[in-house]
Design a binder for this molecule. Structure first.
Ligand code: UDP
Length: 236
């Protein structure tokens, strides 16, 4: 599989075409950004860890019947994925209050939500990914109602699968962000699933094992990502 024309550079990944029009190549970078790119750094090996972690999650989800863009890992930093027309709606799934939800609603971080919360935001950095609802999504023609029904079902299924899987590894899945896209007549889960896009807390100590360590200048960011990988790869 040949790495083709460079297509797009995001904050943490670069996307290339391949010689197969139905497949793209994703390269995971070491760049870390927060607060819409205001805070930036390079974290050695983060790209390698997120490539590996995303592959583990996508493989698990595929095995359980969730359709994703993941095809295969081709190098330390690169995976092959099905080409997607990304739907510009970020889907956030929350089990425990944290981050922007805690701030917005005054719910202390760590409060277990009585019901899983789904939120949507417009994928637009310049506008700072504003929160939107179904009315906005249909009025702006971002996705069709049938597509949203499918996306919501898939997002909740991902949560149902990942919560117990991670719990067994001593990790609490607090919240996470998903992106979906169109591939032919299908909607597939895309982007990445990693400590950049999820909040992972150690189940006993509540220690943060995710990007909040970077956002909040706590240090030990890559070490925490490595610890997540260690646990998923068969550590305790
Ligand atoms: N998230 C993300 N990208 C975004 C916004 C949020 O991956 O552009 C993830 C974030 O890592 C967390 C969840 O979505 O796991 C909820 O984030 P929140 O809305 O609390 O935003 P934050 O506190 O990160 O600003």
């Amino acid at each position: 599989m040949k790495k083709g024309e460079f297509l797009y550079e995001g904050k943490a990944k670069k996307i290339y075409r391949t010689d197969d029009p139905g497949l793209y190549l994703v390269e995971f970078k070491d760049d870390a950004t927060a607060f819409d790119g205001v805070k930036k750094d390079k974290l050695a090996d983060k790209g390698i860890l997120n490539n590996r972690l995303s592959a583990i999650f996508f493989e698990l989800l595929e095995e359980k019947g969730v359709e994703t863009h993941y095809e295969k890992t081709i190098s330390e930093r690169e995976m092959l994925v099905k080409s997607l027309e990304i739907i510009p709606v970020e889907v956030i799934v929350r089990n425990i209050a944290a981050g922007s939800l805690s701030k917005r609603l005054g719910i202390p971080e760590g409060t277990v939500m009585k019901k899983t919360v789904l939120e949507f935001s417009l994928k637009d950095d310049e506008l700072h990914d504003p929160m939107i609802n179904h009315y906005h999504i249909y009025a702006m023609d971002l996705a069709a109602p049938e597509e949203m029904a499918e996306i919501e079902k898939a997002a909740l299924r991902v949560n149902e699968l990942l919560v117990p899987y991670l719990r067994e590894k001593g990790i609490t899945l607090v919240d996470f962000k998903l992106e979906f896209g169109r591939h032919g007549d299908k909607i597939l889960l895309g982007d990445e699933i990693s400590p950049d896009t999820c909040r992972f807390w150690d189940s006993s100590s509540q220690e943060k094992l995710d990007k909040d360590r970077f956002r909040r200048d706590m240090g030990g960011v890559v070490e925490a990502y490595r610890e997540v990988l260690r646990r998923l790869e068969g550590g305790e």
